[in-house]
Write a protein that binds this ligand. Structure first.
Ligand SMILES: CC(C)(COP(=O)(O)OP(=O)(O)OC[C@H]1O[C@@H](n2cnc3c(N)ncnc32)[C@H](O)[C@@H]1OP(=O)(O)O)[C@@H](O)C(=O)NCCC(=O)NCCS
Length: 178
């Protein structure tokens, strides 16, 4: 599922599935984005797993029949990661949970939009899935704008969903019906 395009700044972008060999790269990426924004559940410590553990995680995604993990590489540098995670439990296997991040220096170049668009098209192609769901901090207006542009709408709010340095933040649940 390789997708190539030019960013707004004219850089070459390649979106592809992440594989076990990307493990160190992905761990570094997650530390970077975790330190650049506090809208993610991760912080600058990243995922705090070993390279071998990360390889196993990437392998599980790669071989899962529905779940999907993709990366966007700008001139070879990992610039964005998005995941669609589906439970194997029968009663909730119609829901795909989605997450996306973009490295700060690549913001506003339509990369987040492209990653989400690919995820949605992929989800539509899977008969098992009826709904894509995501969680977003209620003050993360950039991300909410992006999701609304793509047709997501809020269906509820979780009070005090995250606690950062003693401050509580609410999260919206947003959904898209496929
Ligand atoms: C949210 C995020 C993924 C957007 O990625 P991006 O590649 O910068 O976004 P895009 O360039 O694709 O923008 C697509 C749309 O999103 C909205 N958007 C993105 N950044 C925005 C900003 N700074 N201000 C207002 N709207 C914004 C706009 O609707 C935009 O469409 P437009 O360019 O036609 O105005 C990125 O800012 C990010 O990784 N943030 C930190 C992590 C995070 O919040 N992830 C989501 C957790 S739920």
């Amino acid at each position: 599922m390789n997708v190539e395009f030019k960013t707004k700044m004219g850089h070459h972008a390649l979106i592809r599935r992440l594989v076990a060999e990307d493990a160190s790269n992905v761990l570094e990426y997650l530390k970077t984005v975790g330190g650049e924004t506090n809208y993610l559940l991760l912080d600058e410590r990243g995922l705090e797993v070993s390279v071998d553990e990360e390889k196993a995680i990437l392998d599980r995604f790669y071989h899962h029949p529905i779940s999907l993990l993709i990366g966007c590489f700008i001139d070879g540098e990992l610039a964005s990661v998005a995941n669609l995670s589906v439970s194997d439990r029968w009663k909730i296997r119609h829901i795909g949970k989605i997450g996306v991040s973009v490295k700060k220096k690549f913001w506003r170049q339509r990369i987040g939009f492209k990653m989400m668009e690919i995820m949605i098209e992929y989800a539509k192609s899977k008969q098992q899935l009826d709904i894509i769901q995501l969680e977003v901090r209620t003050d993360n207006y950039n991300a909410i704008n992006l999701y609304e542009t793509l047709g997501f709408f809020p269906v509820g709010t979780i009070p005090k969903a995250t606690k950062i340095d003693g401050h509580f933040y609410d999260h919206h649940i947003m959904v898209l019906y496929l």
